[in-house]
Design a protein around this ligand. Sequence first.
Ligand SMILES: O=C(O)CCC(=O)C(=O)O
Ligand SMILES: [Fe+2]
Length: 272
Amino acid sequence: MRKLARFEFVRQISRYFHSNIKTASQNTLESPSLFKELNVARVVTCLKTEGCFLGLQLPEGILQELLDFAARNYCYGNRNLQHPLLVDPKKTFPRKYRLASYLDTHLKCDAFQRLKNDPILLEIARQYFKKPAVYLTSELCWSFPNQSSYSQMIQDAQVFHYDIDDYQSLKFFFYLTDVDLSSGAHICILKSHKNKRLWHQLIGQHTASIPDSELIKAYGEENVIQICGEKGFGFVEDTFCFHKGTMPTQKSRLLLQLEFTTNYYQEPRAYM
Ligand SMILES: O=C(O)CCC(=O)C(=O)O
Ligand SMILES: [Fe+2]
């Protein structure tokens, strides 16, 4: 799939085929949405034109539940099971790791399950894909102020890249800590989900090794947005947009991301 999905014309053609959702954990549980205020058509239009929509908001109760979960459960330094650590979101400070992921443990958190099955989030994805959406993967992860080499930045998704996890995919991101420019703002190059340079389609995920400055030049400085927001703030992005995280310099960031696609894959690429 990855070899093909990097090409825009292949993704266009794939829209006419049925999805392979037989094995997917597609959820049709009809619970009330946490995002009743959201205008789905507006979100979908924005995703089509800009590749990104800013303005999701977690209800306070769900945010608190996720933060409690994060405080009470182990996360794993640099995603290594040998390095369990407890991080209290109220007292975060620089750590010896660059990041710490809850790996799959957050799947047992009820608040996470509500998000994963949220009918409005699924509807946004369905209308955007023009096909049923399936949950593919997710991650709850800290990033800490630290030093990072260039190859670690590539590994940690802190250089511009695009994710090829299916022919169509959307990621919902939620900040669980306050995020400003010094605490891990996510950066997106709007409109870069379409009309990519042929070379950038050809080399696919290897675009991550192109210097950020070159990609900014190619897709326009005016399209680069640095996304800040208080805890509970969220946004949704077409993963074919060039995007990246940034390493915090002051305060740690806790981020939840959920990915929806049109096809299900047994072992999705969880990380870069
Ligand atoms: O950390 C971020 O803000 C971006 C993460 C990302 O792009 C990814 O996991 O693919
Ligand atoms: Fe990414």
